[in-house]
Design a protein around this ligand. Structure first.
Ligand SMILES: [Zn+2]
Length: 164
């Protein structure tokens, strides 16, 4: 049976993201299967009247190249995914990619390349001490350059064992 337990990720001063735990595990599983390379995709869903972002599907998108330090979705796949999502009456609400190495914070390039998509949230999957974990960000641009706001899940034990 599917566990439809919902995660609520809170961003200070911004609408929350709602995500099913099953979907979080699906993303982590996908990223683990593609180690040691970076992998990712998009999250489709809808925005509720109060601005809450409700995730409904993880769409894995093959990278344009194999790299342990960089992920860029193949453009043709990304375009197709956006069209298919709009046809279902949904919208894109977040990007997802993994950081096989490092701490799961967005790189300067991550933020720079997301420029112009300020309504999207960004999920980074990272691996530490045998655990795969999701981190949630909203990217911001300012006169000082790039910055990000981290969102926090509604409970503390937000960790998943990796089958490594
Ligand atoms: Zn990155």
């Amino acid at each position: 049976m599917s566990d439809r337990f919902l995660l609520r990720i809170a961003f200070a001063g911004k609408p929350s993201l709602l995500l099913e735990r099953d979907m979080a595990e699906e993303m982590l599983q996908y990223a683990v299967e593609r180690l040691p390379y970076e992998a990712g995709g998009l999250i489709a869903g809808h925005r509720a009247g109060d601005g809450t972002q409700c995730a409904s599907r993880f769409i894995a998108l093959e990278s344009a190249f194999l790299s342990e330090t960089r992920y860029t979705a193949r453009a043709s796949l990304a375009v197709r995914a956006v069209f298919a999502t709009e046809q279902r009456g949904e919208c894109m609400i977040a990007t997802v990619h993994s950081h096989p190495q490092g701490d799961g914070l967005p790189s300067e390039r991550d933020i720079r390349e997301a420029f112009g998509y300020t309504d999207l949230l960004h999920i980074i999957i990272h691996f530490a001490q045998g655990k795969a974990q999701l981190r949630f960000f909203s990217y911001q641009t300012s006169e000082n350059g790039f910055s990000y706001l981290e969102g926090h899940p509604s409970f503390d034990d937000f960790m998943f064992d990796t089958p490594l």
